[in-house]
Design a protein around this ligand. Structure first.
Ligand code: ACO
Length: 321
């Protein structure tokens, strides 16, 4: 048994901060941000919106798309590093909102690779025959974690959530490779969560997200192609057989470099960071949902998902649509 994606959903907050808005906060400009990152805008939570609120909206939409009733859900796994509470976990909050009364629920944190780890976890439950239906969600309120006075990080991130519904199936296909390198943990850190937003009192800079951007860049462009090649070798497949690569949406230059290193056409690497920035664990499911809604995928398409981020962590998964 393998979990097949049979529905997708997402939630994007309506408050938009474009690059011009950031240029009012820190010394930067639209041209620099677009050229170095491919990002033009990011959506940020506002009012009642929280990490779990967005997750529940995305999950509800995915269930609707899949034609699955909330009571049929056996498992909810949420990938996040920005839950508003330590407990209850975000997955339990989602369960309560959507009425998935029969589901076992928990969160996991593997930063921007979180969605892949969550997908692997759900696949393990489904593969063992323990559960039949799972909802896997990536959701982040990174606007609460970034220092809006630090131009090297605040230009990169945004908020949002994406979700997929998996149903155990005889004809599914799934394979994965994931790695972690804790010795490089200090390249991307955040020592405290549930931070205050820019409008509130500034806090000690060290508790916000800190990043060695150059190191993350080098890490991503070397490890992502390595993981994809290993995945394809494992499955005895070639790049020609892959219809699309859905990469974590951190930086368009990273995506282009990975495509080049794999000898693949850029068209096979859709991007949406221009609109949303880097939404960490939410970026892969948001892009999946966007492409699903556009009916980009054909039934039977092989798709590679790949993420990288804090930990450091990275990995790649193969799915068949
Ligand atoms: N606006 C204008 N100038 C800036 C800005 C800004 N927002 N930020 C930095 N600069 C300046 C620097 O101070 C530097 O100036 P100097 O030459 O006078 O010292 C110059 O621009 C170049 O800075 P670099 O850091 O070398 O710029 P680079 O081309 O490497 O781009 C960036 C920086 C965009 C952060 C890039 O390194 C990157 O995207 N790295 C990957 C980051 C990433 O993906 N992080 C998320 C990981 S996922 C997760 O788990 C959260």
């Amino acid at each position: 048994m393998i979990g097949k994606i049979c529905g997708t959903g997402s939630y994007i907050p309506s408050l938009v901060w474009d690059n011009e808005k950031l240029a009012q906060l820190v010394e930067t400009d639209d041209e620099w941000i677009r050229e170095r990152t491919g990002i033009a805008r990011r959506h940020l939570i506002d009012g009642e919106e929280t990490t779990s609120y967005m997750a529940a909206q995305a999950a509800g939409e995915a269930l609707k798309d899949a034609g699955v009733r909330p009571e049929e859900v056996d498992l909810i796994v949420v990938a996040t590093m920005s839950s508003q509470n330590i407990m209850p976990c975000t997955a339990c909050e989602v369960q309560n909102v959507i009425g998935a009364v029969n589901a076992a629920c928990f969160d996991l944190n593997a930063a921007c690779t979180g969605f892949l780890f969550a997908l692997n976890t759900a696949q393990a439950y489904l593969g063992q025959g323990i559960y039949k239906t799972a909802v896997v969600i990536g959701t982040e309120s990174l606007s609460n974690m970034v220092n809006w006075e630090d131009r090297s990080t605040c230009i990169l991130f945004g908020d949002g959530a994406g979700a997929v519904v998996l149903k155990a199936s005889e004809d599914g296909r799934y394979s994965q490779v994931t790695y972690s390198d804790g010795s490089k943990g200090d390249v991307l850190t955040c020592s405290s969560r549930n931070q205050k937003k820019f409008e509130d009192e500034p806090r000690d800079g060290s508790t916000y997200m800190q990043m060695d951007g150059g190191e993350v860049f080098k890490f991503a462009v070397s490890k992502v192609p390595e993981a994809v090649r290993e995945l394809l070798d494992q499955e005895q497949m070639t790049t020609e057989e892959i219809a699309y690569y859905i990469l974590h949406q951190a930086n368009v230059r990273i995506v282009r470099s990975v495509a080049k290193r794999l000898g693949e056409k850029a068209e096979k690497f859709p991007t949406n960071m221009e609109e949303y920035g880097n939404t960490s664990s939410a970026s892969i499911p948001i892009l999946l949902d966007e492409l699903n809604k556009k009916k980009t995928f054909q039934s039977g398409d092989f798709i590679v998902l790949s993420g990288f981020g804090g930990g450091l962590t990275y990995g790649a998964s193969l799915i068949r649509w």
